[in-house]
Design a protein. Structure first.
Length: 153
């Protein structure tokens, strides 16, 4: 006996794949589907040393801070406090504006997109079959958009 593990998005493709497996001689008792649960908590905006999710709040702030510093220093030659102070004021205001833009983007816009898309959890499908049927089972799973498969002998 061979066990084949695969992951699917919880969709009609999964149901069609299970039906086709049953039509090809796999008994219901040899098909096991385990739905995974969605994340209950929101992601944190600030990363720690041990946990990073790839979202950077500093990159936009650094970019805008640099741009505003150059503009502030350039305009500062004509203003009373001079280019150094206006460059520092531009850098601080650009950095703060960039962080505000990122926080707004990740807290408001991305959250709405995630809710609208309705992120579905994945389902792990475990199928027990004979070694002769294993290739056919994997072909059926791939044909119905499995994310990945693994075969354990």
């Amino acid at each position: 006996m061979v066990q084949i593990f695969s992951t699917f998005e919880h969709s009609t493709n999964l149901e069609i794949a299970i039906t086709e497996l049953e039509k090809n001689g796999i008994n219901k008792e040899h098909i096991f589907a385990v739905p995974l649960t969605n994340r209950k908590t929101e992601r944190r905006l600030l990363d720690s040393i041990h946990n990073a999710d790839g979202i950077s709040l500093i990159s936009t702030g650094a970019t805008l801070g640099t741009a505003f510093a150059v503009i502030g220093a350039s305009v500062g030659f004509k203003l009373a406090w001079g280019p150094i102070y206006w460059g520092l004021i531009g850098a601080a205001s650009g950095f703060f504006l960039g962080i505000c833009i990122d926080v707004f983007y990740y807290k408001v816009i991305k959250k709405k997109q995630r809710l609208l898309r309705g992120k579905n959890s994945e389902v792990i499908l475990i199928i027990e079959c004979d070694e002769a049927q294993a290739d056919t089972v994997e072909d059926i799973l791939w044909h119905h958009y499995a994310f990945g498969t693994a075969r354990v002998i």
